[in-house]
Design a protein around this ligand. Structure first.
Ligand code: NAD
Length: 289
C-alpha cells in the first residue's frame, strides 16, 4: 500500500480563506478588524520565524496584529502587566504568547493570566477544562488542526483505536481530548509507557507528538492506518522531518501527513480561525450587556 497524502498546506489555505471572509464580514459589521496581540520575549531564532509567519498570516487574513517584542531581560512583573493591559484592550481579541520564554519566566503563570476569552492558543486551564467536559471553547490550535484535516478528507474517526504518542499540555493531552470528543478509543503514550511498539502496532490512527526525528519506525504502523505526524525535527541530513519514519510508514498507512506541509500549516490556520471566533464572541457578549 502507498499512503494517500493528507495535504495540510492545501487544507490550511482553504481554512485561511474562510477566516479571511469571516474577518471581512466582522469588520463590515463592527467597524474594526479582529485583533491579535503577538508577544515575543527574547531572541530565540525559531520563535522569531514563527512570530513573523503568524504576523504575516494575520495580515493576509485581514486580522490586525499588534506586535510586542520584548527583550530577554523583561521582568515577570513587566510581562504580567503587559498581559493585563492586553486583557483590558478592546481592540485585542486574541493574545498569543510565543513559547518558550527565556529562563526565569514561568510560562504557566503568564499563560494563566491571559483572559480565557482571548486565549486563542487554547492553553488556558479554562479552555482545556471546557474541552475535557465536551463543550469546547477556544481549542488548542494543533490538535484542532489535526481534527479539521481529518474532517476535510472525510476520515471517520468514530470507534478508531487512536494512539497519541506524547502527552504535553499543548499537543498530546488536548489531542487525546479532541479524539475522545470525536469518539475514537484513545490511548496516550508517554515516557512512562512500557511497550510503545505494541501500542502503535494496534492503532488505526497514530498521532505522533514526541519531538524526536523519525522516532517511530515505519514498520510499526499497521496496514491501512492513518498517521498524523505533529513532530517538527531536524533530521541527521539537516532537513525537516517528523516523528514517524515517513518512507516506511507511507508503504503501510492508508493516509499520512508529510513534514513539512502536514499538521504544521493547520496550526496557524486554526489560530486565525480562533481569533475570528474570539472576536465574534467578545462583540456578542459586549452587545448582550
Ligand atoms: P514536549 O517535549 O513538550 O512533549 C513530548 C512528549 O513526548 C512528552 O509528553 C513525553 O512524555 C513524550 N515522549 C518523549 N519521549 C518519549 C518516548 N520515548 N516514548 C513515548 N513518549 C515519549 O513536546 P511538544 O511541545 O508536545 O511537541 C512535540 C513535537 O511536536 C515537537 O517536535 C514540536 O516541535 C512539534 N510541534 C509541532 C506543532 C505543529 O504545528 N506541527 C505544534 C507544536 C509542537
Amino acid at each position: 500500500m502507498t499512503a494517500n497524502i493528507l495535504d495540510g498546506k492545501a487544507v490550511a489555505a482553504k481554512q485561511r480563506q474562510k477566516s479571511a471572509v469571516r474577518a471581512a464580514e466582522f469588520k463590515a459589521k463592527f467597524g474594526r478588524a479582529p485583533g491579535l496581540a503577538v508577544v515575543k520575549v527574547g531572541e530565540d531564532p525559531a520563535s522569531a520565524v514563527y512570530v513573523r509567519n503568524k504576523r504575516k498570516a494575520c495580515e493576509e487574513c485581514g486580522i490586525e496584529s499588534f506586535a510586542h517584542d520584548l527583550p530577554a531581560t523583561t521582568s515577570r512583573e513587566a510581562l504580567l502587566s503587559l498581559i493585563k493591559m492586553l486583557n483590558a484592550d478592546d481592540r485585542v481579541d486574541g493574545i498569543l504568547l510565543q513559547l518558550p520564554l527565556p529562563k526565569g519566566l514561568d510560562s504557566t503563570e503568564i499563560m494563566d493570566t491571559i483572559d480565557p476569552a482571548k486565549d486563542v492558543d487554547g492553553f488556558h486551564p479554562t479552555n482545556t477544562g471546557l474541552l475535557a467536559q465536551k463543550r469546547p471553547g477556544l481549542r488548542p490550535c494543533t490538535p484542532w488542526g489535526v481534527i479539521k484535516l481529518a474532517e476535510e478528507y472525510q476520515l471517520d474517526l468514530v470507534g478508531l483505536r487512536a494512539c497519541v504518542v506524547g502527552a504535553s499540555n499543548i499537543v498530546g493531552r488536548p489531542m487525546a481530548l479532541e479524539l475522545l470528543l470525536a469518539r475514537s478509543t484513545v490511548t496516550v503514550c508517554h515516557t512512562g509507557t512500557k511497550d510503545l511498539k505494541a501500542e502503535v502496532q494496534r492503532a488505526d490512527l497514530v498521532v505522533a507528538a514526541v519531538g524526536k526525528a523519525a522516532y517511530i519506525p515505519g514498520d510499526w504502523i499497521r496496514d491501512g492506518a492513518i498517521v498524523m505526524d505533529v513532530g517538527i525535527n531536524r533530521g541527521a541530513d539537516g532537513k525537516l522531518c517528523g516523528d514517524v519514519e515517513f518512507a516506511g510508514a507511507s508503504q503501510r498507512a492508508a493516509w499520512i501527513t508529510p513534514v513539512p506541509g502536514g499538521v504544521g500549516p493547520m496550526t496557524i490556520a486554526m489560530l486565525l480561525s480562533n481569533t475570528v471566533d474570539a472576536a465574534l464572541v467578545r462583540e456578542q457578549r459586549a452587545r448582550a450587556k
